[in-house]
Design a protein around this ligand. Structure first.
Ligand code: ADP
Length: 519
């Protein structure tokens, strides 16, 4: 005989088996233990609270940071015959009131709300007085200051919720699993170590690619020409980039739509619906688009510029291939992206400590763009997850792995230059000294008198910059965090300098003419 939760899986949802982590999460919740489920995007987190919600008496309250997703979630449940609703500011006051009255009459199994709803007395007063099955925090990383999308309103409701005597169990769900975020959520919601169900991150249908030194717009155009009729998202760093790329691609007859926070709600809604229903192939958007979008056939995610950290990158890239079919995640990198991201951190309202953390995360993102190792392994390593294999064989570094070139001597020159510069300068200045640049600043600091000045003049400053980033990414050189990170030697650098550690580059550096600036 089937146990109750398996029966619900089949009868309500029509699925035969649980996905990894689902059953453990559900069992844990049913034992009324506060639970954190960490699963990759598309891993099936919703079922983890929906099945316990169905098998227990009472109403489940789901707190979700994005109003735009609630309707889809509720429609999906309703289509399965499950009574569900949402209450948010998109509804008229009288509609909100009607729904709240129905909540009071226990008419719903699931009620979706945004954290702000808890500021309403009539809402909190209602849920206080009805039987609840559970309270779930969707996208729970938004609770944590360490998360990449911290929402203070999300965190601030937790103490209030803890005072409600009728909440049997808290559930938190996220696809972000850095240690800091996990332990923060655990502490805040009193979740025991055994109740953290982390399924690991690997998405073996995704292939990661880094593209450097290409004109971005031409790259996107030829990519779309080679992949007609495929559904994809292009993420840009700014609204302006969304508008300009949209215009260029639309003019050339591509099936595109656009989405960013500067558009009216109506325009955003239309764009989203058209994309989800496959009326347009390509969505060009800022990171405002996509959280919780359940579109299974997205075949490629192109990042038109480097995002600010690996957490956001993996979450956005993870929107590809939710159906399990092979999909591509392409990041178009340009050195200017680093400046833009630093600018955004500097401009933000964060305090100094938070900024330092952002700089540290940004450095990891920069390293990702410069490593010559397997990109999948790099990401899994970042999340402290174990790859199933040492190299994925799918990412651009694995696929384009050329003959190994030994660059120990050049690496030694770079490292000794860093040392001679007193470990007081960053990547740009170091590249200039190695090149033998006539830059005014070099003379100001008398760096032109160093024995390493011009020692690698046969290379361009861009190539040298690339090499330095490569040494950082391979942890053969360290950087101090901050707005102007200075280069420092580490233990590995010393081994290289002593000739105890050879340095190999897997992919040849880009030919100079391909490094022309792009926009
Ligand atoms: P997440 O929130 O983790 O990104 P969702 O809960 O939206 O993922 O689920 C992604 C997709 O997988 C949905 O279409 C969902 O219906 C489907 N799904 C979830 N669990 C299962 C399962 N056990 N078997 C088959 N499909 C599933």
């Amino acid at each position: 005989m089937l146990v109750k939760e398996e029966k619900i899986l089949q009868t309500y949802f029509g699925y035969e088996t649980f996905r990894p982590g689902q059953k453990e999460t559900i069992d844990n919740i049913l034992q009324t233990k506060n639970t954190l489920a960490v699963m990759p995007t598309g891993g099936g987190k919703s079922l983890c609270y929906q099945i316990p919600g169905l098998s227990r008496d009472g109403t489940a309250i789901i707190i979700s940071p994005l109003i735009s997703l609630m309707k889809d979630q509720v429609d999906a449940l309703k289509s399965l015959g499950i009574p569900a609703t949402y209450i948010n500011s998109s509804l008229s006051a009288s509609e909100q009131q009607t729904r709240l009255q129905d909540v009071f009459k226990n008419r719903y199994k699931f009620v979706y709300v945004a954290p702000e709803r808890f500021e309403s007395y009539s809402f909190t007063n209602t849920i206080k007085r009805i039987p609840l099955s559970l309270v779930a925090f969707d996208e729970a990383h938004c609770i944590s200051q360490w998360g990449h999308d911290f929402r203070p309103s999300y965190r601030s409701i937790v103490p209030q919720l803890k005072q409600l005597a009728n909440i049997p169990v808290f559930v938190a769900l996220t696809a972000t699993a850095t240690e800091e975020v996990i332990s923060d959520i655990q502490q805040l919601l009193h979740i025991e170590k055994d109740s953290v169900i982390n399924t690991g991150f690997e998405r073996d249908n995704l292939s990661f690619h880094i593209v450097k030194g290409k004109d971005r717009t031409s790259y996107v155009r030829s990519f779309l020409e080679e992949h007609p009729n495929e559904s994809g998202i292009i993420y840009t760093a700014t609204r302006k980039q969304v508008d300009s790329l949209y215009e260029q691609l639309q003019k050339r007859g591509f099936s595109v739509s656009k989405y960013h926070a500067g558009l009216s709600e109506e325009a955003r809604k239309q764009a989203q619906v058209a994309f989800i229903h496959d009326e347009v192939n390509i969505m060009i958007a800022t990171n405002a688009f996509g959280m919780g979008i359940d579109k299974s056939n997205v075949r490629n995610i192109i990042h038109y510029a480097m995002p600010m950290n690996i957490e956001s990158y993996y979450q956005e890239a993870g929107r590809a291939g939710r159906d399990g079919e092979p999909s591509d995640c392409i990041l178009l990198f340009s050195p200017q992206d680093i400046q833009l991201q630093k600018f955004l951190i500097e401009q933000s309202m964060m305090n100094d400590e938070a900024k330092q953390l952002e700089y540290r995360k940004l450095q990891a993102m920069i390293n990702y763009c410069h490593t010559h190792g397997c990109l999948t392994s790099f990401i899994l390593d970042y999340f402290n997850d174990q790859p199933t294999q040492e190299t994925c064989g799918r990412c651009s570094n694995c696929v384009h792995r050329q003959e190994k070139t030994e660059i120990t001597e050049e690496a030694q020159m770079i490292l000794s230059c860093v040392k001679r510069m007193g470990e007081r300068f960053g990547v740009g200045m170091t590249a200039k000294v190695l090149k033998g640049s006539k830059d005014k600043k070099i003379r100001e600091f008398q760096l032109n008198n160093l024995s390493t000045y011009g020692i690698l003049s046969a290379y361009t400053e861009k190539e040298l910059t690339e090499w330095i980033h490569f040494l950082i990414a391979e942890q053969l050189l360290a950087t101090e965090e901050g707005k102007f990170p200075t280069l420092k030697l580490n233990r590995n650098s010393v081994d290289v300098l002593k000739g105890q550690r050879p340095v190999w580059m897997y992919t040849a550096p880009l030919p100079v003419n391909e490094q022309a600036d792009y926009h």
